[in-house]
Design a protein around this ligand. Sequence first.
Ligand code: HEC
Ligand code: HEC
Ligand code: HEC
Length: 432
Amino acid sequence: MFRRILIGLIAALVVGLAAFAALAWRPEIAPIAPPAASAFAPELVARGEALAGAGYCATCHTTKGGKPYAGGYAMQTGFGIIYSTNITPDPKTGIGAWSEEAFRRAMQEGVTRSGSHLFPAFPYDHFTKLSDADVSALYAYLMTRAPVEAAPRANTIPFPLNIRPLQAGWKLLFFRSGRFEALPDRGPEWNRGAYLAEGISHCGACHTPRNLLGAEERSQAYAGALIDNWLAPPLTKANPSPAPWSQEELFAYLRKGVSRLHGTSAGAMSPVVHDGLAKLPDADLHALAVYFADVDDAEARAGEAAPAIQWALAANRRGVGEPYDATSRFYTAACASCHYNGGDGLNPLRPDLALNSAANLHDPTNLIRVILFGIGAKEGAPGVVMPGFAQGFSDADVARIAAYLRATRTRRPPWPDLEQKVAAIRAVRQPD
Ligand code: HEC
Ligand code: HEC
Ligand code: HEC
């Protein structure tokens, strides 16, 4: 009896393992000799260059001071560090021996040329939406870059999570392979914006919260998420900015990194704008703006902008001509010399703190980061700098200003535990 049960169990295990192996197995695609650069039409290479920009390939596949696309960039994930790979056409350490078919499979299915599964730190869950023509253009662009010999670095993902065949299980649960399908009841601009946002520019990779296994929560698309110690705000109507993100505001922000009613693209959003979307023509950024103005329901909220501006300007004048209390004096001395908007004017180079999302978000992370570490000349609006106060201010000083802005520049409840939060953010600053 016992032997029969044991045999039954072993048989079930073997069948299970065989089924999983069959599910996980992908064939190797034969290596090729690297194609000559002249094999690709210059127009195709130029299209690929714009797409590589829009997909931030260089941001993730280049280390600081390293050669473009040679890999080795460290991505901190909840499970350990994953290093990006060398995607130059070097045949030994890069993708020089990859046929277009092998490259297409990597982009659309997350599988390497040799047949192993890639981790979703590489956003193939978005790139799967790319059209075959766009993948061909990306291939043409990468295969015409200078080959760089640079061996990949070993990841620090612990056993058993580092077993690549197990990624087949992740894919079964969370990955849907398939090209973008346009919605027939939407216009061409909306569909173009959706294609860019959900595919190559993978806005959801930062703006959509992830589950415990690191997959985006589909039901919470663009609901906002913490990424690299920044909060990527919601891009839905849950965005707390008092003035709605209209098409015009979105276009200005995505094109120049700054909008009059909302402030600037700092932190992880800075390379998105300045290195990534900068490569796309105005028409594409307009399409993105059309799409996200729909995602956040801007038209229905259009009436909220004018009262929000009036309220913000009144908040700026608060205290003028009255005896200042100690905290408002402290704020005025530290911040108001730059962050003052008078009359009817809103200066986009001096974000209005009542309209900016930093003071309005449910979490103070972005405001604290900006006060501690400032905004560099290359972030946000190019050429202007916001100084960091980490040297001069104690945690209590920063907490005091954050609490003051929350109380006087928003109509939202106070943030709890501000001082601890400042200490935590000060401690985990990533090296630039
Ligand atoms: C958010 C960061 C990120 C972005 C953006 C990104 N990649 Fe990657 N990519 C990675 C990481 C990390 C890996 C390695 C994953 C692994 O080891 O499983 C990778 C792997 C790859 C591979 C497999 C290469 C190999 O040797 O196995 C290819 C091909 C690739 N990326 C191409 C691209 C292209 C083309 C773009 C731009 C359209 C791009 N990547 C954008 C992070 C990124
Ligand atoms: C690498 C992560 C990342 C990606 C990819 C990304 N974002 Fe962001 N985004 C952020 C972060 C972080 C912020 C907060 C920046 C700040 O407060 O200065 C932000 C801010 C924004 C804001 C301003 C929101 C507000 O209320 O202040 C908008 C709008 C936005 N992103 C749109 C987009 C769009 C559209 C895309 C895709 C084309 C995109 N983002 C891709 C990380 C990202
Ligand atoms: C010397 C001038 C100056 C001072 C002083 C200053 N700021 Fe700024 N601040 C700026 C500029 C300029 C920007 C826009 C930066 C950009 O676009 O690159 C900015 C941006 C910001 C933003 C917007 C961040 C975003 O992502 O949209 C916040 C919030 C902010 N400052 C808060 C403060 C607070 C709080 C203080 C006082 C502790 C302060 N600033 C002091 C010049 C200043």
